[in-house]
Design a protein around this ligand. Structure first.
Ligand SMILES: Nc1ncnc2c1ncn2[C@@H]1O[C@H](COP(=O)(O)OP(=O)(O)OP(=O)(O)O)[C@@H](O)[C@H]1O
Ligand SMILES: [Mg+2]
Length: 370
């Protein structure tokens, strides 16, 4: 089966790496002009001919990037099966749609308001109580298009800095930790769930993901499973879906956002789970049985950002698995990740610290269980 992937970055690259053993071939459609997958057959999309070419080669279409024109995905859907559907893209690329869906399904979120003017932003900040986070409704990633307001008087500056016609303003959550749940839904409606991961972000960029969490209550995992199942069923979803959540001091969860694709907080599954998120996404979209999502051992994913460090030194750490994306160094750019595996969480944290010490821009790892 030739799988068409919309987007041609590292997520597409890792999908392809997982798909070759299943005898899949990959054709990427890049809409940015900067494909980095470095694998498969890449078409840079600038006009209809490129799209026709791409569609002629592929049996079905998936994506690694949700900030795509919905009309483009709908047009593709007329010609080839698209999993997950354009409806999932439409909802997940817009924070207002996403929050409305969470509300409709009874999934708790931080209190929020939608605003279309600096004065409305100021009023929302006053109503919700500062600090608040203002985010552009569309196009955000890695914390871009966001500002934290410490005072309603910051509204005019924040409005200008974000420079977007429509913002969502959220109460700032005093969370104990950030977590995510990844689940996979097959074409027949079967759903499997990965153990939740604890995620450490710095300046809006994910730095570490660890799973399974040694101190996670079963009931919390079940609550998250319930939330994501409701989303999967509502969207009649096929493939991997990720839900980012905040966990509060009383154990409760608030939904932050979702991503209709394989996710950075699931990269640990490549070396730490029986079946990786990438393989399971490919199984799902092809109507194949879903693989076991259990963790084999405590695993931590360390993002390699900005500078590569010394790959040989990283590989000298026990049970370290380096995944490089074949990209050039640039501040803040995701260049790769390291998966570290160990038989106990204590031994794992030793490896994580050893790895962080080898990465010039890695912040100090901090997990709530320590
Ligand atoms: N309401 C909030 N309260 C506290 N922290 C927040 C809130 N919203 C966002 N953050 C912080 O900012 C980070 C990035 O926010 P969010 O996930 O909304 O943005 P993004 O740019 O879409 O990120 P991603 O890279 O996951 O796509 C969060 O992981 C969290 O650390
Ligand atoms: Mg996020």
């Amino acid at each position: 089966m030739n799988i068409g992937v919309l987007g041609a970055g590292q997520l597409g690259r890792m999908l392809a790496l997982a798909g070759y053993p299943l005898a899949n071939r990959f054709t990427f459609l890049d809409t940015t002009g900067h494909p980095s997958a470095g694998i498969g057959d890449v078409t840079v999309y600038t006009d209809q001919h490129h799209l026709d070419d791409f569609l002629a080669k592929v049996d079905l279409v998936t994506y690694e990037f949700e900030h795509l024109p919905v009309a483009l995905v709908q047009a593709i859907e007329e010609v080839r099966p698209v999993y997950p559907s354009s409806e999932a893209i439409r909802v997940c690329q817009n924070r207002a749609e996403e929050k409305a869906l969470f509300d409709r399904l009874g999934i708790p979120t931080p209190a929020y308001r939608l605003v279309e003017h600096a004065d409305e932003l100021e009023a929302a900040a006053r109503e919700l109580g500062c600090p608040v986070v203002a985010k552009s409704v569309t196009e955000g990633y890695d914390g871009k298009g966001q500002a934290v307001l410490r005072d309603p008087a910051d509204a005019a500056d924040a409005w200008r800095a974000i420079g977007h016609p429509r913002l969502i303003v959220e109460a700032f959550v005093d969370f104990v930790r950030e977590v995510s749940i990844i689940a996979v839904r097959g074409r027949d409606g079967e759903v499997v769930f990965y153990p939740m991961a604890e995620n450490q972000h710095v300046d809006g960029i994910l730095r570490y993901s660890l799973a399974p969490m040694p101190d996670l209550d079963d009931s919390v995992q079940q609550t998250a499973d319930g939330y994501i199942r409701a989303l999967l069923d509502e969207l009649d979803y096929v493939g991997v879906l990720t839900l980012e959540l905040f966990q509060c001091a009383d154990g409760s969860l608030l939904a932050n956002e979702m991503a209709p694709r394989v996710h950075n907080s699931g990269h640990w599954t490549m070396d730490g789970a029986v079946t990786s998120q990438f393989e399971n996404h490919l199984r799902a979209i092809q109507g194949l049985p879903l693989g076991d999502t259990a963790a084999r051992m405590p695993t931590c994913m360390v993002n390699v950002i900005g500078q590569e460090g010394d790959p040989a030194a990283i590989l000298a750490i026990g049970d370290a698995h380096l995944h490089r994306y074949d990209k050039s160094e640039r501040p803040g750019r995701k260049l790769g990740h390291v998966n570290l595996v160990a038989s106990t969480h204590e031994a794992l944290m030793e490896r994580v610290r050893a790895c962080a010490a080898l990465l010039p821009e890695a912040p100090e790892p901090r997990f709530s269980f320590e």
